[in-house]
Ligand binder design. Structure first.
Ligand code: FEO
Length: 395
């Protein structure tokens, strides 16, 4: 399943077909841990794989070059899905020097016993020569860990971008143009939303830096390699990093006995204006990953929950806790939901939206036990308000 990116540059990673829960991320298509071997007068391995798959990586490398011929192991990112196999790799590559920045070395020292490893600590702009080609390093702090880094090969116009531009996408082919572009972009969007969303400012800065580089191919550390749609990927990332909204209304809710669900559908009816996309998501029929992905480019959000024990329902609280951590900016929304003898569900959601600094479009919409015809009309009006605001924000 190896693939050649350029002459002497090969993918040597591992395809994880069966994973679905990636530290909470619902990876519906599985994933890959991409590592790359660059062979020239000297040989470098770019990144490794998750610890259990170290043997696969070693086999893939051995099929191309003796392990003792590897001169450098570049660590672009210390997270265990890419650095987990380092102890096994370094033990089997006696002549290899580990190349990374100081923050990465510090992080690796807290994960592993690094006392026997040779290091070359680099900064942005430093290079390592492989003889006929160089590796040029660009630190990309908080995209999405402090030590995150890109490695660029100018002779090949090739960027090794670790998590950035990646997708959780297990496949037998390695390049994005071997799959429908919309599907790949959707998986890249999901990856961005769930991993990089809190770091939009840092991503935007890195995208600006990339303008100075001539890039024809992007080889991320998950999923497919970009070779035909690099500019489309950059354009999509620019939009996501800026939280550029679409005219899109998201209605997210949980319901106990259907009243909040009925309100959600009435909001949907009101929001269905021409030119506005509306999505209805029942929290317990969906998952955090999909909700965050849909939130990324939504302009306005109605978030609803029935009242349970003087608060919102637990999965609604889980969603809001997750979304708050992702720091979605520039949104407008409103809370809604039902209650019985005590209040608390919609009010708690309203408070959450305020802490996320979303523009609150109206006071919480509430129904006692069952929504009356008047309340359902009010929900339709609120839906229209959300749709009109979504159009405004998307202009
Ligand atoms: Fe794929 Fe941040 O590790």
């Amino acid at each position: 399943m190896n693939a050649t990116l350029r002459e002497g540059i090969d993918w040597v990673g591992y395809v994880d077909w069966t994973i679905r829960d990636f530290h909470g991320y619902t990876a519906e298509r599985g994933t890959t841990y991409n590592a790359y071997l660059v062979r020239g007068k000297k040989t470098a391995l770019i990144d490794t794989v998750k610890a259990p798959y170290g043997q696969h990586l070693l086999q893939n490398i051995s099929a191309l070059a003796p392990l003792q011929s590897v001169d450098y192991v570049v660590c672009n990112h210390a997270e265990p899905d890419h650095a987990g196999a380092l102890p096994e790799i370094m033990a089997k590559m006696p002549n290899a020097t580990l190349v990374c920045d100081q923050k990465c070395k510090d992080a690796l020292s807290r994960h592993f016993d690094i006392s026997d490893w040779k290091f070359e600590v680099i900064n942005t702009g430093d290079t390592v020569s492989l003889g006929d080609r160089i590796l040029h390093f660009i630190e990309t702090p908080m995209v999405h860990w402090p030590e995150s880094m890109f490695t660029y090969v100018p002779e090949e116009k090739l960027l090794f971008s670790m998590d950035a531009f990646g997708q959780h996408y297990a496949s037998s082919q390695r390049f994005e143009d071997e799959f429908p572009l919309e599907t790949v972009i959707q998986e890249a969007k999901s990856y961005y939303a769930n991993i990089l969303m809190p770091y939009g400012k840092q991503v935007a800065k890195v995208l600006q830096q990339m303008d100075a580089f001539n890039i024809e191919m992007i080889a991320p550390s998950h999923g497919l390699i970009w070779r035909s749609h690099v500019q489309e990927m950059f354009k999509a990332y620019r939009g996501w990093a800026a939280f550029r909204p679409k005219p899109k209304v998201l209605i997210i809710y949980d319901t106990m006995w259907g009243s909040t669900g009925e309100m959600a559908r009435a909001i949907l009816e009101g929001a269905a204006l021409p030119g506005v996309e509306v999505q209805l998501i029942h929290i317990r029929s969906s998952n955090l990953t999909r909700i965050a992905t849909e939130l990324l480019d939504a302009a306005t959000i109605a978030f609803g929950s029935s009242t349970l024990n003087a608060g919102m329902m637990p999965m609604a609280a889980a969603v809001l806790t997750y979304l708050k951590g992702l720091r979605p900016a520039g949104k407008a929304g409103l809370a809604f939901g039902s209650y019985g003898w005590g209040r608390g569900g919609p009010e708690a959601i309203d408070e959450y939206m305020k802490t996320m600094k979303w523009e609150i479009l109206r006071n919480p919409l509430k129904a006692q036990y069952r929504p009356t015809a008047e309340i359902l009309d009010e929900c339709r009006e609120a839906g229209k308000l959300l749709a009109v605001k979504a159009k405004d924000l998307a202009e």
